[in-house]
Write a protein that binds this ligand. Structure first.
Ligand SMILES: Cc1ncc(COP(=O)(O)O)c(C=O)c1O
Length: 388
């Protein structure tokens, strides 16, 4: 039996929804996409939602809608999936990174404040910062919002990991401390639409731009037309957009999956608490969950501490792999990817993220993971923390 670090859970209700949609009049865009968007925005209490075919697309159109262009500077963290940083590059912007917090593995507020102050003096402030709620642990958005007012940058939340998480009594996705929030529905994520993503925002102007950019830059809404063409079936291309739309089959699956979000988050929290209880050890550091937040636990991350910690981490990863238990590393630092090294980034630029990547591992966590399987993982780790 293979145990991955994460996987989707599809039940007969999901299958029924998709089958129904497959047999309906619409398979591209129709009532299911509309309903999924409505249900999602109601769930996270945001005003607008645009569903698309991946979080990568969602990040791209968010950057475009937030006016990122070749004159812009965008900051994010190095320990994220490459598409967070790539989305700024898609728009021709310059990218830079802010190191992470040693304890909670999200953007470091101390590093961010230092970098903002230095950049202010050098007149090189970013126009956008993309924060990532790593593993489902919400970043302290309220604090970042305060800084954004002082240093005048926009905020995009990459919440690919954190649908179902809460902060300060609000749902991640509510976007009250940011300009927009992105979710991913890739199968390992909190819910799945096979491939899929969405952007949430409370700003109508941003919402309208998101729609345009996700749909070839085209509007069919007469009220928005820029020119007056008297021709039936006229539609208007107003910007250079993409075909990033979500389809009906994905949305039908999303509607059904969304009804189980609460259950998925609860199950993941039960598994996380069990790991936290059983893995207490001086060589193990858990991800610190920020105060006043609930993690959705897309990932359960631990770090190995002490002498030869990288060697021990690698030995555990490889040993469990032999048993067909596949842990993850989230992430190899983006700035050390060859593509980013070609842009001038080097090892040593963001030491906390680099050290994190050398010593962290994501343990299996998903709905349906059995206690027997979790115990096997726990025992293996505890028995292999010493260098032999
Ligand atoms: C933090 C983060 N951002 C963006 C993405 C991209 O998501 P997608 O695969 O839906 O394009 C991922 C996917 O792994 C991710 O983890």
């Amino acid at each position: 039996m293979i145990i991955p670090y994460g996987k989707h859970k599809i039940d007969s209700k999901d299958v029924k929804y998709v089958q129904k949609s497959l047999k309906s009049k619409f398979i591209t865009q129709g009532p299911a996409v509309k309903k999924f968007e409505k249900n999602l925005k109601n769930k996270v209490e945001s005003k607008y939602c645009v569903a698309v075919n991946s979080a990568t697309s969602a990040l791209h159109i968010s950057c475009l809608a937030l006016d990122v262009n070749k004159k812009s500077l965008v900051w994010t963290v190095p320990n994220t999936f490459v598409s967070t940083a790539n989305s700024a590059l898609f728009c021709g912007a310059k990218i830079d990174f802010v190191d992470i917090d040693y304890k909670n593995f999200n953007i470091s507020l101390t590093e961010l404040k230092k970098k903002l102050e230095k950049s202010k003096k050098e007149k090189k402030l970013p126009s956008l910062i993309i924060v990532v709620h790593l593993g489902g642990n919400p970043t302290l958005a309220m604090e970042i919002k305060k800084l954004s007012q002082r240093y005048k940058f926009k905020i995009l939340e990459d919440a690919s990991h954190s649908l179902g998480a809460n902060y300060y009594g609000k749902k991640v996705g509510c976007s009250i401390w940011s300009d927009a929030t992105v979710f991913s529905f890739h199968p390992v994520k909190m819910i799945t639409t096979a491939e899929g993503g969405a952007v949430m925002t409370n700003n109508k102007k941003i919402y309208k731009k998101l729609r345009l950019f996700s749909s070839n830059g085209i509007t069919k809404n007469k009220k928005d037309f820029l020119i007056n063409v008297k021709q039936p079936n006229y539609y208007e291309q107003q910007v250079l957009g993409y075909n990033y739309r979500m389809n009906e089959l994905q949305a039908a699956l999303g509607i059904s999956q969304l009804t189980k979000l609460h259950k998925f988050v609860k199950e993941r929290n039960v598994i996380a608490n069990y790991y936290r209880e059983k893995l207490i050890h001086k060589k193990i550091l858990f991800q610190e969950i920020n105060k006043n937040t609930l993690s959705s636990y897309h990932l359960f991350i631990i770090r190995i501490l002490g002498k030869n910690n990288k060697k021990i981490r690698d030995k555990i990863l490889l040993g469990l792999k032999k048993k067909k238990i596949y842990l993850g590393i989230h992430y190899y630092p983006v700035h050390l990817q060859p593509y980013y090294k070609n842009l001038g980034f080097r090892r040593g630029n963001f030491p906390i993220s680099e050290d994190y990547s050398d010593t962290a591992m994501s343990l299996p966590i998903y709905s349906g993971l059995k206690k027997k399987e979790i115990d096997k993982i726990i025992n293996y780790i505890l028995n292999n923390l010493d260098e032999k």
